[in-house]
Design a binder for this molecule. Structure first.
Ligand SMILES: Cc1cc2nc3c(=O)[nH]c(=O)nc-3n(C[C@H](O)[C@H](O)[C@H](O)COP(=O)(O)O)c2cc1C
Length: 468
């Protein structure tokens, strides 16, 4: 534990008196001695700092005046212009008050617990930089080899990831052999073609311009796997939620991705596979599953924004949509208010300019047409090109064509309607054809919000609608 000692004292206070007071109260290691500006030249304080081997810091009267001291003194207020020096100085460091004011004839002290220090600003910036500048890379790879030393550093970072019960359920299959990569490439190509065939024509045109893998363009591929049983029966924290084992493996990939970026290595995650097909090519045992397939190599550049943003395929959601305070739906600004505001102020619409980097993020939407059916029985209504919003209380079978939104009240349905429309706009929708297929209040509210709620914001979001 790291302590801070706040000191208030009369001019000329003998060191022995201050030392005695501090010795009575302080037991741990003192990192910081703090007082009001002007008292730092007092010999007693200087000797105390030297004796403790601590750092001395001062605060001005103004900095101390606002501190919520628990034992204020009128006398100190009159003399020093603040309700107390020792406690206020401790609080001004950001410490938690441990011992309230203690006094001797001429001095007062208080102590506090300092939080463990974070990084210095320049080191912190590097952490945020690598997070912001990590990219999923599929183009511009160089034919340079990746040294074992570099690869080991990257895999060490992955292997340091947190994992449920420290089970470390991952393994890394490092693939350089071209014949193996060709087999994996063939699998990805087949899935790419199948996905392309499932798209409406306008989305397909944009998708055809995208590169979704770099399996043969990179010198190294890494398959990251998960052994869900690793650690045996009593893995701490896994018993109630077995998904945590896959979360752990995914976090290892993120560590790998960040460490690779710091080495100047591009990484592209390919998921155009049925995992079992890749498992068969790599000879994975039946109890081990594929989590991620990564293409790794040196690149000519790292783009400032995701390729899907630059190509106009998708856009980022603003952070404010993702933060709820205390309970679901309590955002700093409601999604509905936000949509209305965006309508009045199209230049600041987060759907148009999401994220913090409006330059590259401001790519135009591809403007696809999406048929949304609100309510009804999703099994009856499923259509290859439609999105069904299911408001029923029972979770439907997993299907990307069915969006489950069991709205608990019409107000919640309104919010879902606006949110769905805005998320579809982020995913490239330009026009919604809205069909109401259920008579409930929730379905009506959701459909109205989906369509008319956006009417106000239509010019801002770039999204239009019509009723089917
Ligand atoms: C689990 C996962 C699977 C992904 N699968 C693919 C993929 O198959 N093909 C592809 O081109 N990008 C894939 N990506 C990359 C995403 O498209 C990319 O992370 C996203 O657009 C954001 O871009 P950024 O990573 O450059 O910030 C995948 C990413 C993740 C996390």
């Amino acid at each position: 534990m790291s302590l801070v000692v706040g000191v208030g004292l009369r001019s000329g206070t003998p060191y022995a008196e201050l030392h005695d007071l501090v010795s009575r109260v302080v037991t741990g290691e003192v990192r910081l001695v703090v007082t009001i500006t002007g008292r730092e030249s007092e010999p007693a304080i200087q000797q105390l700092v030297e004796h403790l081997g601590a750092e001395l810091r001062t605060f001005t009267k103004d900095e101390l005046a606002g501190q919520p001291v628990p034992t204020p003194s009128d006398q100190v207020e009159q003399l020093a212009g603040v309700p107390g020096v020792a406690e206020a100085a401790v609080l001004a460091t950001g410490a938690e008050l441990l011992t309230p004011k203690q006094r001797s004839t001429n001095a007062t002290i208080a102590t506090g617990r300092l939080p463990a220090p974070g990084y210095e600003p320049e080191d912190r910036d590097v952490v945020h930089r690598v997070i912001a500048e990590r990219r999923d890379v599929r183009r511009g790879f160089l034919s340079l080899p990746v040294d074992d030393d570099v690869l080991t550093r990257v895999l060490e970072a992955a292997h340091r990831a947190p994992s449920v019960g420290l089970s470390q359920p991952w393994d890394f299959v490092v693939i350089r052999d071209v014949a193996t990569r060709r087999k994996v490439h063939a699998l990805a190509t087949a899935h790419r073609d199948a996905f392309a065939a499932s798209l409406p024509p306008d989305r397909r045109a944009t998708f055809d311009g995208l590169k979704i893998e770099a399996i043969l363009d990179t010198p190294v591929n890494i398959a990251v796997t998960c052994d869900p049983g690793r650690g045996g029966r009593h893995v701490l924290g896994r018993h109630a939620d077995p998904r945590t084992t896959w979360f752990s493996a995914a976090i290892a990939i993120q560590n790998l991705w960040l460490a690779a970026r710091a080495e100047g290595l591009g990484v592209g995650w390919v998921s155009f596979f049925e995992p079992g097909e890749v498992a068969a090519v790599l000879g994975l045992p039946a109890h081990v599953e594929l989590v991620g397939y990564l293409c790794v190599g040196y690149v000519e550049e790292f783009a400032a924004a995701p390729e899907l943003v630059r190509s106009g395929w998708a856009r980022r959601r603003p952070l404010s949509w993702a933060i709820h305070h205390e309970e679901w739906g309590r955002r700093t600004t409601s999604i509905v208010d936000d949509a209305l505001k965006a309508a009045q102020n199209p230049g600041q619409n987060p759907v148009r300019n999401p994220g913090q980097n409006p330059g590259p993020d401001a790519a135009p939407a591809t403007g696809g047409r999406v048929h949304v059916i609100v309510g009804g029985d999703p099994t009856d209504l499923r259509q290859a090109d439609a999105l069904v919003v299911d408001l029923g209380q029972n979770r439907p079978a997993a299907d990307f064509g069915v969006l489950w939104r069991p709205a608990r009240a019409p107000a919640e349905a309104v919010e879902y309607g606006v949110e769905i429309a805005r998320d579809l706009a982020l995913q490239g929708a330009g026009h919604l054809v809205v069909q109401l297929a259920e008579d409930s209040a929730q379905a009506k509210a959701l459909a109205k919000a989906l369509a008319e709620g956006l009417e106000a914001g239509a010019s801002a979001s770039g999204l239009t609608h019509s009723w089917a």
